[in-house]
Design a binder for this molecule. Sequence first.
Ligand SMILES: C[S@@+](CC[C@H](N)C(=O)[O-])C[C@H]1O[C@@H](n2cnc3c(N)ncnc32)[C@H](O)[C@@H]1O
Length: 198
Amino acid sequence: MIEIRTDRELGIKTIGIREWRDRNSVYNRCEPTPYVALDALLANYKFNPKDHLLDVGCGRGRVGIYLYHKTKIRVTGIEINETTLDEADSNLATYEFKHSLKHTPIQWVYSSAEQYEIEPSQNVFYFFNPFSVQIFKKAINNILISHKEHERPITLIIYYPIGEYQTYLKKSTPFKLAAHIPVPELLDSTQYILIYKL
Ligand SMILES: C[S@@+](CC[C@H](N)C(=O)[O-])C[C@H]1O[C@@H](n2cnc3c(N)ncnc32)[C@H](O)[C@@H]1O
């Protein structure tokens, strides 16, 4: 199975779901983006070597480590669950060890998306359904504030986008839908990727 095989090749452990104790939380559970979805992204979206990706709700670090492995772009991940963040730290260490890498431009930060201050170098933002639309609005607002202070092209990559995210982006923000990337390997047709540009 591709999930087990790719985790093993990278030297990381990212399979599995972690629910919050409070199932009504506005914060969603930890669940990794399937590798086939990341492959669909890589086949249809060209990263620039100068990109700095922020994985908003990075879980155990799969997206950042895999995209770095394939493209060598700089990656930051923010995560609000301490246990999950510890696992992301271990995964980064085992990835670097397995691939004899010393200083990869990958870092994880313990922070909520609401409180995180976007860095001017960050220009590509990845979301896999990390939280409710209320929190999403705050996260997008932080990106817009950063854009106002440091104008630059900005890309949002949204995997498995819920309708509320799409409606909000369309009706209340300057982001424009730029691409729809299907993931044919996944049986559920709602598991596609949307790319928005500012
Ligand atoms: C569905 S997982 C996605 C993990 C990873 N991005 C991936 O695609 O493989 C969402 C993650 O967002 C984290 N999260 C939820 N609310 C958050 C918040 N307000 N700030 C930062 N991280 C959050 C969760 O703990 C969880 O690990």
